[in-house]
Write a protein that binds this ligand. Structure first.
Ligand SMILES: O=C(O)c1ccccc1NCC(=O)[C@H](O)[C@H](O)COP(=O)(O)O
Length: 265
């Protein structure tokens, strides 16, 4: 299964990271960093639109291969922000998404909105690394973590100032996440990461399980104004969109066409 292959790669990456990782050094580096920029707060602020937007910087994917050959992450990120993206998601996985930690750090230098490090986090060292490379939030995917690992990594992330987007795809994962009573930001992924199949009704099927007070983001396979209207109607507070924008020549225009104009204050 493909997800197992990705996790196996992450285990190798973590082993390599462990060779040079020093908790003392990394804590010193983090102490010198500016505070993180509230990721969840930015999505729920309604500053730009009534539905929050996390726009993804994504060159390639396991399901689609190369999506954007002409890929300039900083330029894309700046255009996203000008068009009213509340937050950005930056793929840092190299092997499967052609992403990079360096892309995230470069984007950090260029824009002020909060950044999600989009990767497959399985180890505490990756959480520290996310903070040091410039992320404001990390993704924790319920499909690849035990409940105990989810809880431990969530606590660690929060303790070093990171917000956490906890991602689920089915009822079982949602129930595990809710039983931990830690997540305030839950992403419902419309893509089954094991089969790559996408279905927007996944959001509708799971959102009813979520208690009030938890922000729900709908992720993946969102590409039309009808999709946006549907996800707004079923109660999503935000959307995470990558491929649709990456396939458009002008990603700023693509945001306006899909999400509508930004709020005039
Ligand atoms: O995008 C994939 O093919 C993929 C395959 C396996 C695991 C994760 C994958 N994508 C990560 C994501 O969740 C998406 O990048 C994100 O939700 C945006 O989705 P989209 O708008 O469909 O690019």
């Amino acid at each position: 299964m493909f997800l197992d292959k990705i996790v196996a790669t992450k285990r190798k990456e973590v082993a390599a990271l462990a060779e040079t990782f020093s908790l003392t050094d990394i804590e010193r580096q983090i102490a010198a960093l500016p505070a993180t920029k509230g990721f969840e707060r930015a999505i729920t602020s309604g500053r730009n639109r009534d539905l929050g937007l996390i726009a993804e910087v994504k060159k390639a994917s396991p399901s689609k291969g190369l999506i954007r050959p002409d890929f300039h992450p900083v330029e894309l990120a700046s255009t996203y922000v000008k068009a009213g993206a509340d937050c950005l998601s930056v793929l840092t996985d190299t092997d499967y998404f052609q992403g990079s930690n360096a892309y995230l750090s470069a984007v950090r230098e260029a824009v002020q909105v909060p950044l999600l490090r989009k990767d497959f986090t399985i180890d505490y060292r990756q959480v520290y690394e996310a903070r040091v490379i410039g992320a404001d939030a990390v993704l924790l995917i319920a499909a690849i973590l035990s409940a105990a690992e989810l809880a431990e990594l969530h606590d660690l992330a929060v303790s070093i100032g990171l917000d956490v987007l906890v991602e689920v795809h089915n009822r079982e994962e949602m129930e595990t996440v809710l039983s931990l009573d830690k997540a305030s930001l839950v992403g419902i992924n419309n893509r089954n990461l094991k089969t790559f199949e996408t279905d927007l009704t996944t959001t509708e099927a799971l959102i009813g399980l979520v208690p009030a007070g938890i922000t729900v983001i709908s992720e993946s396979a969102i590409s039309s104004t009808e999709d946006i209207a549907y996800l707004r109607k079923v109660g999503a507070k935000g959307v995470l969109i990558g491929e649709h924008f990456m396939r458009q020549p002008d990603v700023g225009l693509a945001i306006e066409q899909l999400m509508g104009p930004v709020r005039v204050s």
